[in-house]
Design a protein around this ligand. Structure first.
Ligand code: UDX
Length: 445
């Protein structure tokens, strides 16, 4: 049986490890964070991801999945080591490869056995080549090592499903043997396997993420123009989506894309292209549109309120998208900073993200258990995440609970008809404003 080890028990590493075990392999996940491994050893996932806890317990009980901080023992006789460590953003936008090279050094110094190292983390083109040379240069034993690229396309909130039922498995290899090893590992998944060069595989990941980010920035750009010319972005995207070449996915306007991938991967590819002397103008535009889009609701609210000082502001939704407790690059963070700096009193609700948000803002924000409590007596409300719990609210609640029902919805959670019927002042993205005349007179400056 192939001995599989996963380096890094974060989103990518953990989900990959668990799903490989679920597919029948014996897997050991390694991470240097002791608390994380202690939690996993008890069968508890350190991240919120639907279905993950169940699969961890099931595969641990079946003796197919284990966790350890002891990388030496885990790596020494591994047949295949997947790297799922983080590649965060450097200050200048480039990808930080410290975790990749730390793991590569540990692997080189420990393995006593021929081994295939598979890079799952998103890395700049050419990294697989460099890591292979690096490992070979640092080997302590006379063994054969090869590096292969196998980018991961899972999205948070649907990570288990995306991995078990992936649209495709991309493998970048430079030898027939590496191809055979990876093809055999993925055979039980029964998904299309696309084999290509390592550099192409690395590029597929960036190009896919940046294309999706571009799609979002494009639709946000069009949404902003819709507001200026009196069109409705929902009608526009519906009209566009019937063209199969365009499709209906990733055309939702909002306050920009966040998360652990799109912001860093757009910046990394842009940085990399500049290094190569070629400016990816489309990706650069996507980044610029997204930066501005984050503060779109603030701009709208500033037209209605001269200052936020002393106002009670309800914030519904904190995470960068629903279905996750992740706050990386969540638009709520800079927006709330802005509100607090201006002396606003912020009352926030999020069904899952509060504990993580408390680490960002331990003081200054009042965290409420329900949207209704956050809205009580509020002067205005911002919606940053389209959680089901928020989208299914009866809009009358805004009028009943708030002092003055000014609602700025960054995710178009409600229909304009509902907003009109509720008698509130409602502004969203790319759609006409709904005005409740009496309310506007009362507070407009
Ligand atoms: C993304 C990719 O989907 C995944 O394939 C890749 O491996 C990692 O990056 P993720 O970051 O989990 O996954 O979330 P995703 O669902 O793609 O959303 C990213 C951001 O785009 C969110 O902030 C979301 O709110 C925003 N978004 C998405 C929009 O603003 N409009 C849309 O139509 C879709």
């Amino acid at each position: 049986m192939t001995k599989i080890v996963i380096a890094g028990a974060g989103y990518v590493g953990l989900v990959t490890g668990v799903c490989l075990a679920e597919a029948g392999h014996k897997v050991t996940c390694v991470d240097f964070i002791e608390d994380k491994i202690a939690l996993l050893e008890k069968g508890i996932s350190p991240i919120y991801e639907p279905g993950l806890n169940e699969l961890i317990r099931k595969n641990m009980n079946a003796d197919k999945l284990s966790f350890t901080t002891d990388y030496k023992n885990a790596y020494c006789d591994a047949d295949v080591i997947f790297l799922g460590v983080g590649t965060p953003e450097n200050e200048d936008g480039s990808a930080n490869l410290n975790f990749i090279y730390t793991a590569a050094r540990q692997i080189a110094e420990t393995i006593t056995h021929d081994c295939l190292v598979v890079i799952k983390s998103t890395v700049p083109m050419g990294t697989n080549d460099k890591v292979e040379v690096f490992i070979k240069n640092h080997l302590q034993h006379k063994v054969k090592v090869e590096v292969a690229s196998n980018p991961e396309f899972l999205a948070q909130g649907t990570a288990v499903r995306d991995t078990l039922h992936a649209s495709r498995i991309v493998i970048g290899v430079e030898s027939e043997q590496a191809k055979q090893v990876l093809t055999a590992i993925y055979a039980p998944f029964n998904q299309p396997i696309l084999t290509m060069s390592r550099r192409s595989a690395e590029m597929v990941k960036y190009a896919s993420n940046d294309f999706l980010a571009l799609k979002i920035s494009f639709i946000n750009d069009i949404a902003n123009l819709c507001e200026a010319v009196g069109a409705n972005i929902e009608e526009v995207t519906t009209g566009m989506s019937y063209d199969a070449r365009i499709g209906d996915k990733f055309l939702n306007p909002g306050i920009g894309y966040g998360g652990s991938c799109f912001p860093k991967d757009t910046k990394a590819l842009h940085w990399l292209s500049e290094e190569e002397g070629y400016v990816l103008r489309t990706v650069k535009a996507a980044i610029e549109v997204n930066e501005k889009q984050k503060f779109k609701l603030m701009k709208k609210a500033r037209k209605d309120f001269a200052s936020f000082q002393g106002l009670k502001i309800a914030v519904l939704g904190l995470t960068f998208k629903p279905g996750t407790d992740d706050l990386r690059e969540a638009p709520s963070i800079p927006n709330i900073r802005l509100l607090l700096n201006e002396g606003a009193q912020v009352y926030a609700y999020d069904p899952i993200g509060v504990e993580n948000f408390k680490k960002v803002y331990p003081t200054g924000v009042v965290y409420e258990e329900t949207p209704e409590e956050a809205l009580e007596d509020a002067d205005l409300c911002f919606i940053f995440t389209e959680w089901e719990e928020i989208k299914t609210m009866d809009m009358k609640v805004f009028r009943e609970k708030m002092k003055t029902p000014f609602v700025y919805d960054g995710r178009n959670c409600f229909s304009l008809t509902e907003a009109k019927a509720a008698g509130i002042n409602y502004q969203s993205i790319g759609r006409p404003e709904v005005k409740a005349a009496a309310v506007v007179e009362q507070v407009k400056v």
